[in-house]
Write a protein that binds this ligand. Structure first.
Ligand code: COA
Ligand code: AMP
Length: 631
């Protein structure tokens, strides 16, 4: 007899309209949708067309109306400012509706874009929900990105208003955001009409009269704004994510499918109940922050934690255990790299012993491959299910997971278990032929994707089609490589393209190459990811200098590292490069990046038949002797 997981999975694939139609009953609609699934504009599939709702209403107002007003919605826990602040659903409703009023009074209307460049403070959540309330489309940019990356996003999203703060705090370092914002606006061609700046006590931002406004001042005079009626298919947000080129992809999320799918995951994947405390230790700038800090826990009536701190150093490797014990967290979600950081400083778990974390039932990990060492360490320490689950910014929620609320399947270390309901995952070889079980290949998802997944890229249908749908018609191309074993368990091994994950942060090697190419001594370069035992991957540059450059290599490499830091941000962690005489290329002049990548990671590779000069591959292998690996 099929178990609960298999039953749900089969129904989601064989009868998606019934499956998601039932899930949609949990959402509050102003007007019921005409169709659960709409394929009238293939390949642009839509969910819940004709339906009307408001995302903020579902996250906040609904709970106040249904008796959760006094329950805590967000706990802001900030060891870097020594603050714990609890905001109930009723208080959140007041803050969000007043900030929505501020936005309206400053000219923001339905469909306008608002960029949010903020640290992990509750005002970031208020800003996102306020946008959702009035139908403005938010685009949160991770605070660790440098002005150039912010400028690219400003030009693409063309925001009417930008919301930011005077500073963020990295462990003990105060990072002033306002000068970064000013530089980004200077660089961007599009200029926002206004900026609203949250002044934090750690730094005072200089406001430009007429353009910049003080958040707190505007809030004092604010009149609350009500929820706009939104179509299910209207965009809720744009989240830019790294692709293979220097231009990020603007992943669009709709209102209806997003609310239905995310609410469904809370019970069925994460195994929590309304009223439980759910904690995703990520950042609002990443998809995990959008889905599982801001939106899903609130859709489901949980309490969510906004944590402004790190796994270590704020103040010690017991930081996570302190938060879990203090706030009685039931379900915790973070990236494997965070656990490697704790393991490095506290391998025996001495700090863990100081706290009662008996409230914790599940640990979910995602963002990069969960290596078996980290899995066993976390499992042995916590003695609860450690659930690897695989997803992408594009999907907004897990593609594969051990669905704790449906049926806990046996865990296979190294595998995110089986495809979640809604995702028909298949493995193919490069020609698109289905691979037999236990055989590595490209990971594809048969179209249509379930609700909550990206319907397209912001104002770029063509790129959506060419990046995701054209490579293997009828399928969504995930960009990942992996296999499905004889028991139907999925294993995701890494990316097939030039996207890398550094400490859980998704970055494009293409954008690093663009930054390096700005250096006057550089003729050409290739950046690839190399395996790293702490951050998962680190970028490594192979650089060819212009003829006649006589300066010391070490000096040039330091300048390149600084260039990447200035252009992309410190999160790129670009520190190492090798100066080589030439790069391996095809006869038509294309750099053989995937071959360089394999050589760098000591993986087997075949010498491409199109290669111009195979001897260069030996030079690359040789050059790697100087590289420092691991910590
Ligand atoms: N604003 C400004 N700078 C930032 C930043 C932010 N929001 N986030 C990171 N940085 C900086 C760091 O301070 C560091 O600067 P440095 O080079 O001057 O030291 C640099 O970017 C690299 O940061 P990171 O790669 O995060 O390394 P780290 O050593 O500071 O921390 C971890 C390592 C593992 C503790 C941390 O990366 C972590 O907690 N990762 C989990 C990531 C995550 O949750 N991802 C979301 C997917 S679930
Ligand atoms: P992001 O868009 O930042 O969520 O990054 C998505 C990419 O991270 C995926 O395409 C994978 O390469 C990687 N990833 C995320 N979760 C996992 C996981 N559990 N196992 C392996 N890789 C993962």
């Amino acid at each position: 007899m099929a178990g609960e997981y298999q039953r749900a999975y089969d129904e989601s694939i064989n009868n998606p309209e019934k499956f998601w139609g039932e899930a949609a009953h949990q959402v509050a609609w102003y007007k019921k949708y005409g169709k659960v699934f709409d394929d009238s504009e293939k390949p642009f599939y839509r969910w819940f067309t004709g339906g009307e709702l408001n995302t903020c209403y579902n996250a906040v107002d609904y709970h106040v109306k249904n008796g959760r007003g006094n329950q805590v919605a967000y706990i802001y826990d900030s060891p870097v400012t020594d603050t714990v602040r609890k905001i109930t659903y009723a208080q959140l409703l007041d803050l969000v509706s007043r900030f929505a009023g501020v936005l309206k009074a400053n000219g923001v209307n339905k469909g306008d874009r608002v960029i949010i460049y903020m640290p992990m403070v509750p005002e970031a959540a208020v800003a996102m929900l306020a946008c959702a309330r009035i139908g403005a489309i938010h685009s949160v940019v991770f605070g660790g990105f440098a002005p150039h990356e912010l400028a690219i996003r400003i030009d693409d999203a063309a925001p009417k208003v930008i919301l930011s703060a005077s500073c963020g705090i990295e462990t003990k370092r105060v990072i002033e955001y306002k000068p970064l914002l000013d530089r980004a606006i200077d660089e961007a061609k599009h200029k926002p009409e206004k900026c609203i700046i949250l002044q934090r006590p750690q730094a005072n931002a200089n406001l430009i009269p007429g353009r910049d406004f003080d958040w707190a001042e505007l809030m004092k005079a604010a009149k609350p704004a009500d929820c706009e009626v939104m179509k299910a298919t209207d965009p809720l947000y744009i989240l830019y994510t790294s692709g293979t080129t220097g231009i990020p992809k603007g992943v669009v999320r709709d209102n209806g499918g997003h609310a239905v799918a995310l609410k469904w995951t809370m019970k069925n994947i994460y195994g929590v109940a309304p009223g439980d405390v759910f904690w995703a230790a990520s950042d609002v700038g990443w998809v995990v922050g959008h889905s599982y800090i801001i939106y899903a826990p609130l859709f489901y009536g949980c309490t969510s934690i906004i944590y402004e701190g790190k796994p270590v150093g704020t103040p010690d490797p017991g930081a996570f255990w302190r938060v879990i014990s203090q706030h009685k967290v039931r379900c915790f979600f973070t990236a494997p790299t965070a656990f490697r950081a704790i393991k490095k400083e506290d391998p025996e778990g001495a700090y863990l012993k100081k706290y009662d974390i008996s409230s914790l039932k599940y640990l979910f990990l995602a963002g990069e491959r969960l290596d078996t060492d980290t899995y066993y360490w976390a499992s042995n320490m916590l003695k609860i299910p450690v659930v690897d689950h695989w997803w992408q910014t594009e999907t907004g929620w897990p593609i594969a997971a051990n669905c704790m609320g449906l049926e806990a399947l046996p865990i296979k270390p190294g595998s995110p278990t089986k495809p979640a309901p809604g995702y028909n995952v298949q493995i193919v070889d490069a020609d698109g032929t289905q691979a037999p079980p236990d055989t590595d290949g490209l990971v594809l998802i048969k179209m249509p994707l379930p609700p909550g997944n990206l319907p397209t890229l912001w104002q770029n249908d063509d790129r959506y089609v060419s990046s995701y749908l054209d490579p293997y018609p009828g399928f969504y191309f995930t960009g990942d490589v992996g296999k499905i074993d004889h028991d139907g368990y999925l294993f995701v091994m890494g990316r097939a393209d030039d996207v890398i994950k550094v400490a859980g942060h998704r970055l494009s090697t293409g954008s690093m190459e663009e930054a390096i190419a700005k250096h006057p001594d550089v003729a050409e370069c290739a950046v690839v990811g190399m395996a790293d035992s702490f951050k998962g991957q680190l970028p490594l540059g192979f650089v060819v200098l212009k003829a006649g450059v006589k300066r010391e290599n070490e000096v040039i490499i330091k300048e390149l590292a600084q260039l990447v830091r200035d252009n992309i941000g410190a999160v790129a962690s670009f520190k190492q490069a090798i100066i080589v005489k030439r790069l391996p290329k095809t006869r038509s002049g294309k750099i053989l990046r995937s071959t360089i990548r394999k050589i760098t990671d000591n993986q087997p590779y075949t010498v491409p038949s199109t290669i111009d000069d195979p001897a260069i591959l030996d030079e690359i292998k040789d050059s790697l002797k100087v590289v420092k690996r691991g910590e």
